[in-house]
Design a protein around this ligand. Structure first.
Ligand SMILES: [Zn+2]
Length: 316
């Protein structure tokens, strides 16, 4: 059986299995009508298959994601290579987006990128060069102070704030740019040590309706390096999940919070753009956890505006 024919059969099956959301009561005429629709859809799908699947070409262009993992000035998590590879695969398999993986910060600009003489690219020639204007969202797994010019910093903030693009950040992203207050404002919180090291943490979902949380049970144990977050305000971020403080040793020396408020994932807006962050993702194997994969995939889909979710801040 050809792939196209399989797809046509799948289309018919999906039509048959579709729930009746707001259709009329199921009389005999209605069921007959649906049967005709099924046959018609099958005919269209199979015609498309016979033509070589040309109907697929009319689909909207895929979103573009820049996976940005510049770690030159800090600790490189062993997980980062596998994390960005996983993000790329999830986008590819879901059809939601294409990913450009970069471990440098060259593309963090809205200005034309030029090359020095002798690189084989003539001065002024735009040889398949992309910059922020070509992307719909950034997946960020950087660390500490990354060398960006003032112009690059302004362009990065504007990418989210003015252009309404997305910024999804993982784990050590909260350690980035401590010297840059506006970045902290965009992200919504800062790393404040990991007092418990790598251990089991009970994550409690605050907002089960948010796309990145829908697949999770009310509580779920993640084996990860559990971050304590500082400089966040629940008046500015929507905490989607938090660590169950009753299961953490709060007498550890590096525990600074006295209110037991330890966010594990949040969403917020920054200007016109959408921002998501989660503390999870320290270990390479963590990125094989379907629960973690779904969280980041759905967060990216939300940041790309492929799905909606309420990022309105709420009290604890
Ligand atoms: Zn870590």
């Amino acid at each position: 059986m050809t792939e196209d024919f399989s797809r046509a059969v799948a289309v018919v099956r999906s039509v048959r299995l579709q729930p009746d959301r707001d259709g009329p009561p199921k009389g005999g005429h209605y069921i007959l009508g649906r049967l005709i629709v099924c046959v018609a859809v099958a005919a269209v799908a199979m015609t498309g298959a016979a033509l070589g699947g040309h109907q697929a070409q009319t689909a909207a262009p895929r979103k573009q994601v820049l996976a940005w993992a510049d770690v030159r000035n800090g600790y490189q998590h062993d997980s980062i290579s596998h994390a960005v590879a996983t993000i790329e695969r999830l986008g590819r398999e879901s059809g939601a987006y294409d990913t450009f993986i970069r471990t440098d910060s060259q593309l963090i600009t809205k200005h034309p990128i030029t090359f020095p003489a002798g690189t084989g690219i003539a001065a002024g020639e735009q040889f398949n060069v992309r910059n922020l204007n070509d992307f719909d969202a950034i997946f960020f797994f950087g660390v500490r102070e990354i060398d960006l010019s003032p112009e690059q910093r302004a362009d990065l903030l504007s990418f989210v704030k003015d252009d309404g693009k997305g910024f999804v950040a993982a784990h050590s992203a909260a350690t980035a740019f401590f010297s840059w207050p506006e970045f902290g404002e965009m992200l919504g919180g800062r790393f404040d040590e990991h007092p418990w090291g790598i251990t089991d943490g009970t994550v409690v979902v605050d907002d089960p309706t948010f796309p990145a949380m829908r697949h999770l049970p009310r509580t779920k144990v993640f084996h990860d390096e559990l971050y304590q977050i500082k400089e966040f305000s629940r008046e500015k971020i929507r905490v989607l999940a938090h660590l169950d403080a009753s299961r953490l040793d709060l007498t550890r020396p590096l525990v600074h919070r006295t209110d037991g408020d330890f966010p594990a994932a949040w969403a917020k807006t920054y200007g016109r753009g959408r921002v998501f962050y989660s503390i999870l993702g320290h270990g390479a194997d963590d990125w094989d956890n379907p629960a973690l994969q779904q969280m980041y995939l759905q967060a990216i889909r939300w940041a790309l505006r492929l799905v909606d979710g309420d990022a309105t801040p709420h009290a604890r």
